[in-house]
Ligand binder design. Sequence first.
Ligand SMILES: [Zn+2]
Length: 426
Amino acid sequence: MALLQYRNIVNYEAQQAAFEDFLEKFKTSPEQTLTHAIGQINIDEDDLSDEYDFMDEDDEAHERRQKEKAVSKQPKHKYADLLQKLADRSIDEVLIELDDLYENDTSEGLKLVESIETNTKHYVEVVSRAIDNKMPPPTTGVTFKDDVLDVIMERRQARNRDLLEAAANSNDPEMAENTFPAQLTRRYTLVFKPRTSDGDKPIKALAVRQVRGEHLGHLITVRGIATRVSDVKPMVQVGAYTCDRCGCEIFQPVNDKQYAPLTSCPSAECKANQSKGQLFQSSRASKFLPFQEVKIQEMAEQVPIGQIPRTLTIMCYGSAVRKVNPGDVVDISGVFLPTPYTGFKAMRAGLLTDTYLEAHNIIQHKKAYDEMIIDDKLLRRIGAFSQSGSVYEMLAKSIAPEIYGHLDVKKALLLLLVGGVTKVDG
Ligand SMILES: [Zn+2]
């Protein structure tokens, strides 16, 4: 019996073109930049409130500042600027806010945002291709100060260009196929930031137990507390080998959890000679991605009475690593994906799979101490708190607030936390 076949009617080329258009043309409106600037306190209609006013400055500086202000009032090409920074190697993450894309969706019927939200993994590749096409030339050349990787990358991109030119001149389609794979020349991680609201109702973060099969492959946001965080380890993305017979460089993209390292040279020359050149893995030319596994657990208020909190595995790659510490309360947006078992476990599990969330965007709920800004409001609150006369009880009650009563135990815990004397030996 023939298997049923169905060709999905998605026009990826048109969507990619729409993404390219968006990356190039998207502008933040002046009002938006102004509201962003409020956080940095620098809006002023005239020069009266300017913080530099007390300094006697010459006209030249004044003029320059006026010019800068005029520039900041013009709409900004947010993503085009981002791509330029990317080309200049000053950043290695591309964050695409789906809010921006949603507001700016001029394309009729392409459903860009919906497509990304429901088939995220695939659209990372589609948008990456759009970014590769729209990447401007770098304004600064690679110098010895740059990373080894950047130097290698520069060579690779130059070679890709040469090969494409040669292929165009000689009409030899085989030559174009010899270019380096895109995974090797890309030096960024593309992440999406989900929409904050759907129409007029805000999109809420899910609890772990609300994540269902219907969310597979979708971009979702999950709230929880990080319980376990693994070390950051390199994960091979593209393995590079060199052949000691013909001098060929072989690249092996790794897309799976497992891979078998190549042993004999697959190049045309070695095949023709039947020489089976030995391959040596070169870690310097290979591409690795930082990788970290995080476990999050439901928060106490998300767990129904009498039930046990559930956990979810989060995989962090590239720029998402080192963002979470154990104990942090986080909203993690990412792609919910199945992960088939491998090896012996796979034989026992049959068709069953585990699931995990591939992190895209992480929002911390608790602020670190060094991020706290002590302003008048906070000082007043601290003052009122110390005047209240019940600091001891309030601090004790703030320990494990989900457990009712036991104030004496909590007081004991508090005293253990903050009390005591330094032990001096001898
Ligand atoms: Zn060889």
